[in-house]
Design a binder for this molecule. Structure first.
Ligand SMILES: Nc1ncnc2c1ncn2[C@@H]1O[C@H](COP(=O)(O)OP(=O)(O)OP(=O)(O)O)[C@@H](O)[C@H]1O
Ligand SMILES: [Mg+2]
Length: 271
């Protein structure tokens, strides 16, 4: 079976600084692939490579067995959070509708089917109540849920999510991660999920790519999220504690502080 994503000898470098190199990885349909690592380790850049927005410094990348192309309808993308400008002239449901029929812009063959699909997506992310509110008036978390609905709209073969749970309350974190998990494990999309927090998705994750200090490790959470592996990646004594099915990483170096425990989420640096 052709992997959805395939990287061979892939490296990314800005100036003298190598973010990662010699990366060989295949991501299969129906796989939930998490990307973890501190600020600036190259997680967003990894997604941009798959989107064709960032060229590799070395090696090759394919999506669906083909060279990457910008604007591919095979890919759904939830970008790292940015707010919509307050004067953007779109309502919540317009944004989701763009995901459903944006590629057939101007040619609304079946308006009813599009409307029904938009309604269903809005319902799934709990956005029905604010469907007709202008985007610029919505809170960060409300906007974020719409981006999730938009990215799921086209039933993408590959769903790229850049910290999609940021600024969502616990209930919506669970709803959104479960929705993304369904798209992955029931509808067979490959999911690449960038996150600082593995715990909200720990039950869904098949493999982890952990980036840190110009190095990386790929494997199951059991293989990667260990005291030995993370201490080696960070070149420092890090301890991984497992409790009640959760993973807590203790002693991360100051400059790369990030937490894997909700209890600390409030003190995490802003992005
Ligand atoms: N086009 C570019 N030119 C030069 N440097 C860049 C470019 N894009 C990203 N970088 C640098 O590469 C590093 C990785 O950026 P990236 O956005 O991938 O990090 P990240 O892992 O997503 O971090 P965060 O957790 O803060 O979102 C950063 O230091 C960034 O400044
Ligand atoms: Mg990022």
């Amino acid at each position: 079976m052709t992997p959805v994503v395939s990287l061979r000898g892939a490296g990314l470098q800005f100036g003298q600084r190598a973010l990662w190199k010699d990366l060989d990885v295949d991501i299969q349909a129906g796989e939930f692939f998490a990307v973890l690592g501190p600020n600036g380790s190259g997680k967003t850049s990894f997604l941009k490579v798959l989107l064709g927005l960032q060229r590799l410094h070395s090696g090759t990348v394919t999506v669906g067995g083909q060279p990457v192309e910008r604007g591919s309808r095979k890919i759904g993308y939830i970008p790292q959070q940015k707010s919509f400008s307050s004067d953007i002239p779109l309502r919540a449901r317009d944004l989701v509708a763009l995901g459903v029929d944006g590629h057939r812009w101007g040619l609304r063959i079946n308006a009813k089917a599009v409307n029904d699909r938009v309604d269903a997506l809005l319902e799934l992310v709990g956005a029905s109540d604010y469907a007709r509110v202008p985007l610029g008036q919505l809170s960060g978390g409300e906007q974020q849920r719409l981006r999730v609905a938009q990215a799921l709209a086209a039933e993408p073969e590959l769903l790229l999510c850049d910290e999609p749970l940021l600024s969502l309350d616990l209930r919506h974190q669970q709803a959104v991660s479960s929705l993304i998990n369904q798209q992955c494990h029931e509808r067979n999309s490959a999911v690449v999920f960038v996150t600082h927090e593995i715990n909200p998705v720990i039950d869904y994750v098949d493999r982890v790519l952990y980036l840190a200090g110009g190095r990386f490790r790929v494997g199951t959470p059991q293989e990667v999220m260990t005291t030995e592996v993370l201490s080696e990646l960070y070149n420092s004594n890090v301890e991984v504690i497992r409790a009640n099915g959760r993973i807590v990483v203790v002693g991360l170096p100051d400059a790369t502080t990030h937490y894997h425990d909700d209890a600390y989420a409030g003190v995490e640096e802003g992005h």
